[in-house]
Write a protein of this length. Structure first.
Length: 130
């Protein structure tokens, strides 16, 4: 269980990292064509490369459905970054959308835990029948 928590935390660190690539890509778009724009574009590509490698490690240790469902949290990071860095408005509709995302992630993750418990129960039952 401790190992699963460690990988879950790592997953959210790389989700935060991928949300930072959105910042650098927006900065690249705002500064193109210039050296500054190319620098931000390079940062974006670098972050995406590191993310791709880290993602492969995460899905080795966590169920794919859990890992993939948690990627939706980037929506919330997008709201936060947009508000603080780009002075975008957070509307009630955006907040409702973020709440739906969080609730959906909760449902998927809690459903996965139930599946793990059922699998353990079935394995114990198979051991008792031997």
């Amino acid at each position: 269980m401790k190992d699963k928590i460690k990988w879950f935390v790592f997953l959210h660190i790389i989700i935060l990292m991928i949300s930072c690539s959105s910042i650098s890509s927006k900065m690249a778009a705002l500064n193109m064509p210039s050296i500054k724009g190319l620098m931000f574009y390079s940062i974006t590509v670098f972050i995406l490369g590191v993310y791709a490698i880290a993602w492969q490690q995460v899905i080795k240790h966590l169920p794919l459905i859990t890992a993939y469902a948690n990627k939706a949290v980037t929506t919330i990071w997008g709201l936060i970054w947009g508000y603080f860095l780009f002075h975008e408005k957070i509307t009630p509709l955006k907040l409702i959308g973020a709440a739906v995302v969080i609730f959906g992630v909760y449902l998927v993750v809690s459903g996965d835990e139930t599946t793990d418990e059922n699998q353990e129960f079935l394995e114990k039952g198979a051991d008792n029948n031997d």
